[in-house]
Design a binder for this molecule. Structure first.
Ligand SMILES: Nc1nc2c(ncn2[C@@H]2O[C@H](COP(=O)(O)OP(=O)(O)OP(=O)(O)O)[C@@H](O)[C@H]2O)c(=O)[nH]1
Length: 550
């Protein structure tokens, strides 16, 4: 019999090789396998056992599946701690706050849910376990026990994710998703049913990162020393390090790319389900030992392909466009082999089958980062919502008290049928100290991170409006971060003391500062609808211009 391992050449009549996306892998004989099929398969496994390098280059199609969703803007600092020569991994350390979300640890529902708007969730995802193979023998009126006909277990269900239009919050997501297990095989060579997959639909703009079980992080927080308890939560998490095993470029650059996830499936040579006679009976027989040595190579290849599949990009995936087809987050476990595969010339009555492989259970952090061309930022009460109300189809809440806006609102500004429209996101007001979690903190900045331009709204009602501008710049990350965005400064409430030279001077001071930075500026009165057309024109320019440092 001639066999070909890697494409080309001739294949045996037992075509137990299968081309998959991840290269060539081999398959057990299809049902109903004859003694010859099984013998050929086991012979092949025997050869595999003696050339383990065959399994080493199974390329990772799953890692490639994520490629188009990787966005390096969400990269965080990490340290490569070791690259053990005897493994394929790169051990990496990074601070704990990259693997959790502070809001979850506060345990405060109010912080997570405002007006039904939820933009951060930690979700437990579990793929289903594979069904077990079954021990069964063919029977009919003339035969008490015929040849083995136990079918294979069905594969466990997988967890998929898909970004769709028309959703604008993560509120409807559940806190855990569990795909169902594959069914066990049955007699008459019947395979078990596949477990049902789960599809998680998310809004466009959702970023998904692997994270730790929040229960584990909370337990760590309970063990803090009294001095550590004095520290703000963010700083404490920053000071803790989490070590993870990654895969990536090991040579020269030493760049970790994917976090390796591990299943607790049985080890090669284990996972047998015996019927009738106990384990010791089988383990003591030479014919079983010989079979198990060969099947071990099959188990090994399963484990290897699981390791190749069970990876997730270290900096997460960014679903910033509507997706035509779902993306698999966690694959279900493979079903176990039924006893029909173990009929050989030596083994006439195989009273054993293989159990299904385990599924995976992991936590993921889902973060919604709104996709809007422009972000409206300003201190509370500057008039951001009034502006959005004036210029777009959006109707955000307006009030003379601070923090009327509690969650982001996106409005679309239409410039006419022949011109492209653009979108603007209004986020809650930012106060001095927001970067240290004061007021509503900077939680909502994620919604304007993607925006091409930031429209800074200043109120001319204040005594020193230029100070407001400086506060905003500092809280938004300082001049360096601002440099990456197109900036338009809007001086609102120009109607208040409109003819007062003092008021005019306030605007001129801001304009002078903006000119020195190369930023555009404009005085308006959103309340009285003054200069709004000019504002819309300037905003459309700001949304269109390429970013200064992109
Ligand atoms: N006189 C005057 N008042 C204005 C103008 N624009 C807004 N206001 C008033 O300022 C107050 C605050 O306006 P909002 O639009 O809610 O301000 P905001 O910046 O969204 O406030 P937060 O939600 O706290 O961030 C309201 O009472 C508005 O009526 C304006 O051009 N002139």
């Amino acid at each position: 019999m001639s066999v070909c391992y890697r494409g080309g050449g001739s294949l045996s009549r037992y075509s137990f090789f299968r081309r998959t996306n991840s290269g060539i892998s081999y398959k057990f004989p299809a049902s109903p396998p004859s003694v010859a099929d099984n013998q050929a398969w086991l012979e092949h496994l025997y050869q595999m056992e003696h050339s383990p390098s065959h399994f080493d280059d199974v390329s990772s199609s799953r890692s490639n599946a994520f490629t188009e969703f990787i966005n390096f803007s969400s990269e965080f600092p990490y340290q490569v701690t070791s690259i053990p020569p005897d493994s394929k991994y790169i051990n990496v350390k990074a601070s704990l706050n990259n693997f959790t979300n502070v809001n979850y640890l506060h345990n405060s529902k109010n912080k997570l849910q405002q007006g039904g708007f939820v933009d951060t969730r930690i979700i437990k995802c579990s793929s289903g376990q594979g069904g077990n193979g079954v021990v069964s023998f063919y029977r009919d009126a003339g035969r008490a026990i015929g040849p083995p006909d136990g079918g294979d277990g069905g594969d466990g269900g997988s967890i998929y994710v898909q970004a769709v239009e028309g959703m604008n919050s993560l509120a409807k997501l559940k806190s855990s998703y569990l795909a169902s297990e594959g069914s066990d095989g049955a007699g008459d060579q019947l395979h078990g049913a596949r477990g049902r997959d789960i599809l998680i639909k998310v809004p466009v703009g959702t970023v998904i990162r692997w994270c730790l079980d929040p229960g584990v992080v909370r337990a760590l927080l309970r063990e803090r020393t009294p001095e550590e308890k004095e520290l703000p939560l963010k700083s404490f998490l920053q000071s803790c390090q989490k070590e993870i095993q990654c895969v990536g470029k090991r040579k020269f650059d030493k760049v970790p790319e994917h976090i390796q996830l591990f299943r607790s499936s049985y080890k090669p040579g284990e996972g047998w389900l015996f019927k009738g006679k106990p384990d010791e009976y089988h383990n003591g027989k030479d014919w079983f030992k010989d079979l198990n040595r060969k099947v071990k190579a099959y188990d090994y290849s399963l484990g290897k392909s699981e390791l190749n599949n069970d990876r997730f990009p270290i900096f997460g995936i960014d679903l910033d466009k509507p997706m035509n087809k779902p993306l698999c987050l966690l694959k279900g476990g493979k079903g176990g082999l039924g006893n029909m595969h173990f009929l050989t010339q030596v083994i006439r009555n195989p009273r054993f089958a293989k159990s299904g492989r385990d599924g995976l259970s992991e936590y993921f952090l889902f973060e919604l980062k709104t996709i809007a061309d422009l972000g409206l930022v300003g201190l509370p009460n500057a008039g951001k919502s009034t502006i959005l109300n004036r210029i777009s189809n959006s109707k955000p809440r307006i009030g003379h008290w601070k923090f009327t806006t509690l969650f982001p609102t996106v409005g679309t500004i239409s410039l006419g049928i022949d011109k492209p429209s653009f979108t603007v996101a209004d986020i809650p007001g930012i106060i001095e100290g927001a970067s240290q979690d004061k007021g509503m903190g900077l939680e909502f900045i994620r919604h304007i991170e993607r925006s091409t331009g930031w429209v800074m709204v200043i109120s001319l009602e204040e005594d020193e409006p230029l100070n407001q501008l400086h506060t905003l710049i500092n809280e938004l990350g300082g001049p360096e971060k601002i440099k990456k965005k197109n900036i338009l400064v809007v001086c609102n409430k120009a109607d208040i003391a409109a003819n007062d030279p003092n008021s005019i001077q306030k605007y001129l001071n801001i304009k002078e500062y903006c000119d020195s930075k190369g930023w555009d500026s404009i005085p308006i009165s959103a309340l009285n609808n003054e200069n709004i057309d000019e504002l819309i024109f300037k905003m459309s320019e700001c949304a269109k211009r390429p970013n200064p440092q992109s």
